[in-house]
Each structure stands twice: as structure tokens, then as C-alpha cells.
Design a protein around this ligand. Sequence first.
Ligand SMILES: Nc1ncnc2c1ncn2[C@@H]1O[C@H](COP(=O)(O)OP(=O)(O)OP(=O)(O)O)[C@@H](O)[C@H]1O
Ligand SMILES: [Mg+2]
Length: 267
Amino acid sequence: MPNAEAYKVRREPFYQPQGDEAELYAAAYAARLPVMLKGPTGCGKSRFVEYMAWKLGKPLISVACNEDMTAADLVGRFLLDADGTRWQDGPLTLAARVGAICYLDEIVEARQDTLVVIHPLTDHRRTLPLDKKGELVEAHPDFQLVISYNPGYQSLMKDLKQSTKQRFTAFDFDYPAAKLETAIIARETGLAEATAAKLVKVGQAGRNLKGHGLDEGISTRLLVYAATLIKRGVDAGDACRMALVRPITEDGDVRSTLEHAIDLAFA
Ligand SMILES: Nc1ncnc2c1ncn2[C@@H]1O[C@H](COP(=O)(O)OP(=O)(O)OP(=O)(O)O)[C@@H](O)[C@H]1O
Ligand SMILES: [Mg+2]
């Protein structure tokens, strides 16, 4: 039996709440209801799950989903070794056995036939059938499923089915309000709040371009990158171009709008 302790979050992660999401999540966990975290990239979803796992003292097993992922990647498979075949649990099975919070990141990326394996775990059954092995795993009482989902990337081809969506409670995440985001950046990097506030201004200028040349605004993650560079002595303009402009767009007009916002903020 694998050791649940190995998956515990060791140190308290820094997480700045935006509202009462920690209390609401705790209520969902107490009832073992599955949770969906919706929101744009880099706004704190993964950090929140780490924080909640730490707060609740439960192990956390995270899986980054992608379109090549098969059900076996989640559930497990037989492996060949010197003594013949040996079953190896996938991360979902492992989490169900040890009683971990299982965090499936970017769930829409996974194919529909991969996704249905989570269904029996998310309703009253709380079971996971291992068809190939002929075993029905009953989820440990502490097991909980959490998925993340970025509605921005969603296309008709790549949306979750209602039968999947309607197995979850959900939280809407978004970039924090300016004051909170400034505090997060300062706390994460040690940068002075006054400088962090200037980065937040640039971030907001970028977010205003969403739908006007940008698919997604500048994330809190990228603002933390820029702050990290500035804290290390990189010129603010260079740091902003490296972290806030070049990664997100090639569009000349959008880039010059962002350049202008950087000049204004750091004038
Ligand atoms: N509320 C917050 N408290 C503390 N740090 C935060 C918060 N929100 C964002 N951050 C910072 O932003 C970074 C990115 O957050 P995180 O990795 O949780 O994003 P995400 O929403 O999971 O993004 P993705 O969808 O791309 O996985 C974190 O590493 C952290 O530095
Ligand atoms: Mg994440």
C-alpha cells in the first residue's frame, strides 16, 4: 500500500484569499463533493488547491491533463518486467486508494473517453472500476476530486459535456483586485509594494486588451515573473518586456499599446 504521507503538502503555501473560497471549499470537502475551479491561466487555482490540501492536512496528487492522455494514464496499466506482468496504479487510482485530493489540471484537454473514467468516482458510488485488472476500487473516505477548467480556451469541440460538468460544485476564479494583487506580488517576490503596484497597472492595461487583440489578459503569474526580475536588479522596462509583452503576443499594435502602458507606469 503506498504511503499517503508522501503526498502531504509539507509547508504552508502562501495563498491570499480573494473572498470566502477557503471556507466554501472546506464545506465541499467535508461533504466530499467534487470541485471544479474555473478561471484564466495564472490566477491562483493550483496555489489554492495546494493551500487547501495543506490546511485540511490531506495528501495532494496533481495530474496535468493533455490530449494524448488515455484512461490508462489516469487509472493504471499492466507493465512487463522480469517476472512477467505487474499492475501499476495510475495517479487517479492511487489517490482513490490513499485518500488524497486528486487535482486534474486543464481537464478539457483530455479526451471525452478518458474523462468518463472519473464519473463513478464523482457520484454516490465513489468507486473506480479497473476493467483490465478486474478490480473495483472503493474510494478512501478522504478522497476528493478537483478539476481545473479554463472557460476562455473553450471551443465547442473542447467543452466538457454537461454530464461531466454536472458532477461538480464550482468556483469562479479571476485575477485578484489591484490591492490584493499588489500584496500578492510583494509577498511572493519581496518587491516593494509601490513597484508591485506599477506592475499591476501594466497588468490591467493588458487585461483591457482581452478580446481586442489578446485572447487572455496578463496573468498574476507573469506579473510575479516581472517582479522577480526587477527584484534581481533587471531594469523595469526590460523585465516587463521579457515577462509581460513578448510571451503573450506577436501583434505589433498590441505590443506598442503595452509598451506605452509600461512607459506610463514606470515614468
Ligand atoms: N491568491 C493568490 N495567493 C498567492 N499567490 C497567488 C495568488 N494568485 C496568484 N498567485 C501567484 O500566481 C502564480 C500562478 O498561480 P497558479 O499557478 O495557482 O495559477 P493557475 O490558476 O493554476 O494557472 P494555470 O491555469 O495556468 O494552471 C502563483 O505561483 C503565485 O505566485
Ligand atoms: Mg495551475
